[in-house]
Design a protein around this ligand. Structure first.
Ligand code: SF4
Ligand code: SF4
Length: 448
């Protein structure tokens, strides 16, 4: 079987379960599935993320293990000639939100997020890319080329019950959801700063900061400047075929199984970052799922040896600040008058263990009390919560603990969530507006 992703990392992995072998088809992809030891940790509800779909249904059929079992059946030829198009596999994968909870918390580190990307790619091969997947996967290109047109259409649709119903019928986008509209003005990259007293960093402005919330990128620049760094924005390489289109990590294509398009986006990013990789400049990102894909999925896209170096040089803003604090970095943060805050971690932040740096950085603000919400996935999970058939599951995930905790907080409580889709879910579910940590730090720098 020809795979779209590079599964060679599993070539020498052992089998998780002593009572079954590696499925007969799929090569190293089958080995990635076979690491499951079937001890059903994913069917227990403890602290952590895994597994949101099991948590809301209490049904083993929606656990990581059931997904593994379905893939084993598919790759062993038990689901017919079109295994990736089978209803059995579709039912098993229906509520998987690609949260990476299993990659972090399953004792065998089953990476269902990556397995799902390959599955969708194989399904796309056999049946074509569905219309909605083309629409949602192509988001960076749509907003990159026609940002203001997209904004008008989204606002029109959001304000018209009729258009909401039509978009649900023909595009599968839930009429019950507001769709985020691009900002009236995208991020306008300033000319590169001179080096600061602590040197220079590169800022990777992702699709969401570029087109939807440019104030986050502006805040990050203010924070990095205050920390003593000159900031250069990562721009497309000189020979890029689309030099005016912002860079994108390819996440939306990965989530919809459009692996070749994701690879093309990742190659643009690598080309743009090549000079920084040579000189060793730190590369800082803001959106967890975008930045962390450079330390995760990029390895499976067969991009060459540079990926290992990239993995060493890319940091989330808070990771970078926390790391540099051990080398003398300080931020002149002021008390915000005893502000309290609730903090929600994006699943990928939690799966990559980066919440510790969030807590460290927030701890620098004088008189600032914050609490980390114990929650699994917020339920928006990229575009999952926008999909008509997943709206109820998405809401159920959010209502497990996240939204009740936020509703119960005083109105003056600051809400911090670094994920674009997490902020969308919280705002839709509570009417309250969460912010990225860069915005909070910028406020604490400027507080009177
Ligand atoms: S926790 Fe991991 S190893 Fe255990 S049954 Fe679930 S997927 Fe398999
Ligand atoms: S990626 Fe998340 S939703 Fe999917 S199986 Fe793993 S823990 Fe469950």
């Amino acid at each position: 079987m020809k795979t779209h992703l590079d599964w060679s990392a599993y070539d020498t992995y052992g089998i998780g379960d002593a009572f079954s072998g590696v499925p007969i088809r799929g090569g190293n992809y089958a080995k990635a599935v076979a690491v499951c030891m079937h001890n059903r940790e994913c069917q227990r509800v403890t602290r952590g993320i895994m597994c949101p779909s099991y948590r809301i249904t209490n049904d083993p059929a929606h656990s990581t293990e059931a997904r593994v079992a379905a893939f084993k059946a598919a790759l062993n030829g038990e689901l017919g000639d079109d295994p990736f198009g089978s209803q059995v596999l579709a039912d098993a994968m229906d509520l998987c939100v690609s949260c990476k909870g299993c990659k972090k918390e399953c004792p065998s580190a089953v990476d269902m997020t990556l397995i799902k990307t390959e599955y969708l790619a194989q399904k796309n091969d056999a049946h074509g890319v569905p219309r909605r997947a083309r629409l949602l996967g192509g988001l960076p290109a749509w907003v990159g080329h026609w940002g203001q047109m997209v904004r008008k259409l989204v606002l029109l649709r959001n304000n018209s019950p009729l258009l909401r119903r039509l978009a649900e019928r023909f595009l599968g986008l839930s009429a019950r959801r507001r769709i985020p509209a691009p900002a009236a003005h995208g991020f306008d990259a300033p000319a590169p700063d001179a080096d600061g007293p602590r040197g220079r960093v590169m800022l990777f402005v992702d699709t969401f900061a570029q087109h939807f919330e440019p104030e986050i990128a502006q805040a990050a620049i203010a924070v990095l400047n205050a920390a003593g760094y000159g900031v250069s924005i990562v721009r497309p390489a000189a020979d890029d075929a689309q030099p005016d289109r912002a860079l994108c990590c390819g996440r939306t294509y990965l989530s919809t199984g459009q692996v070749e398009k994701a690879r093309a986006e990742a190659q643009r990013v690598l080309a743009a970052l090549r000079p920084a990789l040579r000189t060793g400049l730190p590369i800082i990102g803001l959106e967890p799922s975008c930045l962390l894909s450079m330390r995760d999925e990029f390895y499976s896209l067969a991009l060459g040896a540079e990926v290992a170096q990239l993995g060493k040089q890319v940091f989330l803003l808070e990771e970078f600040l926390a790391r540099e604090s051990h080398r003398g970095l300080t931020l002149p943060l002021k008390s915000m008058g005893g502000t309290k805050a609730l903090l929600h971690g994006h699943c990928h932040q939690k799966a990559f263990g980066t919440m510790k740096s969030m807590r460290k950085v927030l701890g620098w603000i004088p008189d600032f009390q914050f609490e980390l919400i114990e929650s699994s996935c917020c339920g928006m999970a990229g575009a999952f919560g926008l999909e008509a058939e997943h709206y109820d599951a998405s809401q159920a995930m959010a209502e497990l603990s996240l939204l009740p905790k936020i509703r119960a907080a005083e109105d003056s409580t600051a809400l911090i969530a670094n994920g674009f889709s997490c902020r969308h879910q919280i705002a839709d579910g509570t009417g309250k507006k969460p912010m990225h940590v860069a915005i909070l730090l910028q406020q604490a720098l400027a507080f009177p």
